[in-house]
Design a protein around this ligand. Structure first.
Ligand code: UT7
Length: 314
C-alpha cells in the first residue's frame, strides 16, 4: 500500500488559551505546560462536511486523480450531525465519487484502523484507489462549561489516498474494552417502553487515558518495528496521535529519540481525534519533508481503549 495524495482542512476560527480563560477557570500557562496546546480550531461558520469535502478534494488533486478513480471510501468519524447515513456517503456525493463507502469509529485511532482496512481491500484485489477521510468535530462532545476536556480538543479533517504497491512494512492493532476512562453517550429519542436515559457530555479520566496512551503507543511501536525488522536509525519520523505534548515526549524519551523525529502540530490544532495524523501528514507532505523511501512510524490511541501502529515507506 502506498499513500499517493494527502489533504486537510481546518476551521477558520482559532480559539486561543486566553480566549478560553475568559469563560473558564483556566489560564494559558496551565494549558500550554500540561498539554502543549496554544490554540485550537473550532467550527463556527463552516460545517464538518465542508471541511471534509475540501480535504478530500485537496487529496485528489495531490494524487492527480479524479473522484471517479476512487473505488472505495473509508470515513473515520466519532461524531457528526448525522447518525445515519454515514458521513462517508454524504462526502461521496459532494466530491462526485461513485463507489461503496463505509464509516468506522475507532475513536482517535481511526486513521490507523482505516489504513489497515484499506490495505486488506487492496491486497484482496477489491479496490485500486481508496480514499480515507478522517473528519472530526470533538467540539460537539465536550462540556464547554468545564475546563477538564474543552481545552484539549479541536476540529478538523484530514484525507489520504492509498493505492496498490509501495511498502507497508508492518501493522498492529490492539483493543481492550476499557470504557470508563473515556466515553461519550449520545442523547437518543424517548421510547415509551423504556425510561429516559440521562445524557452526559464527554467523560474522561485524564490520568488513566494518559497512562494507557503512553503504554499502548510504546508497545505498538516496539511491535511494528520488530515485525518490520527495522531499527530506530532507519526511521525518519514518528507521527504520533496529537493528544498531548507530554504523551509524545514521554514516548520519545522512552525510545531515546531526537526531538526532530517527532513532528508536532498540537500547539496549533489541539487534539483533532482521528484527523490528527492525516492533518500532520498533509502538512509534512506539502512542506516537502517526506522524501521518497523515508520510513515512517504512525501510532495512534484513543477511546475503547483502542490503539494501532504501522511502519510505512513513503
Ligand atoms: O485522544 C485521547 C484523548 N485524551 C487525552 O489525551 C487525555 C490524556 N490526559 C491528559 O492529557 C492530562 O491528564 C490532562 C491534560 C487532561 C490533565 O493533566 P494532569 O497533569 O493529569 O492534571 P490533573 O488532572 O491531575 O490536574 C492537576 C490540577 C488539578 O488541581 P489541584 O487538584 O491540583 O488543585 C486540576 O483541578 O490542575 C487542575 N486543572 C486545571 N487548572 C487549570 C485541571 N484542568 C485545568 C485547567 N486549567 N484546564
Amino acid at each position: 500500500m502506498k499513500i499517493i495524495g494527502t489533504g486537510s482542512a481546518l476551521p477558520s476560527l482559532a480559539v486561543t488559551n486566553e480566549m478560553l480563560s475568559e469563560f473558564l477557570d483556566t489560564n494559558n500557562e496551565w494549558i500550554s505546560s500540561r498539554t502543549g496546546i496554544s490554540q485550537r480550531r473550532i467550527i463556527s461558520t463552516e460545517s464538518l462536511l465542508e471541511l471534509s469535502v475540501y480535504a478530500c478534494n485537496k487529496a485528489l488533486e495531490n494524487a492527480k486523480l479524479n473522484a471517479k478513480d476512487i473505488d472505495f471510501i473509508i470515513c473515520s468519524n466519532v461524531v457528526n450531525h448525522y447518525v445515519t447515513p454515514g458521513l462517508g456517503c454524504i462526502i461521496q456525493g459532494k466530491i462526485g465519487a461513485v463507489c461503496p463507502c463505509i464509516d468506522l469509529n475507532s475513536a482517535c485511532s481511526g486513521f490507523i484502523y482505516a489504513m489497515d482496512m484499506a490495505a486488506s481491500y487492496l491486497d484482496a484485489g477489491k479496490a485500486t484507489n481508496i480514499l480515507i477521510v478522517c473528519a472530526e468535530e470533538p467540539s460537539k462532545m465536550v462540556d464547554w462549561s468545564s475546563r477538564d476536556t474543552s481545552i484539549l480538543f479541536g476540529d478538523g479533517a484530514g484525507a489520504a489516498i492509498v493505492t496498490k504497491g509501495g511498502n507497508l512494512k508492518s501493522m498492529y492493532l490492539a483493543t481492550t474494552s476499557a470504557v470508563e476512562p473515556l466515553y461519550y453517550q449520545r442523547e437518543l429519542e424517548f421510547n415509551p417502553y423504556n425510561k429516559k436515559e440521562e445524557f452526559k457530555p464527554l467523560v474522561m479520566n485524564g490520568k488513566d487515558v494518559y497512562k494507557m496512551a503512553v503504554n499502548a503507543s510504546i508497545q505498538d511501536i516496539s511491535k511494528v518495528m520488530q515485525d518490520a525488522h527495522v531499527t530506530q536509525n532507519e526511521i525518519s519520523f514518528y507521527l504520533i496521535h496529537q493528544a498531548n505534548m507530554r504523551i509524545m515526549d514521554t514516548i520519545r524519551d522512552y525510545l531515546g529519540e531526537k526531538e526532530e523525529k517527532f513532528p508536532k502540530n498540537i500547539q496549533k490544532y489541539g487534539n483533532t481525534c482521528s484527523a490528527s495524523i492525516p492533518i500532520l501528514l498533509d502538512e509534512m507532505n506539502r512542506e516537502g519533508q517526506l522524501k521518497e523511501g523515508a520510513l515512517l512510524v504512525l501510532s495512534a490511541f484513543g477511546a475503547g481503549f483502542s490503539s494501532g501502529a504501522c511502519v510505512l515507506e513513503w
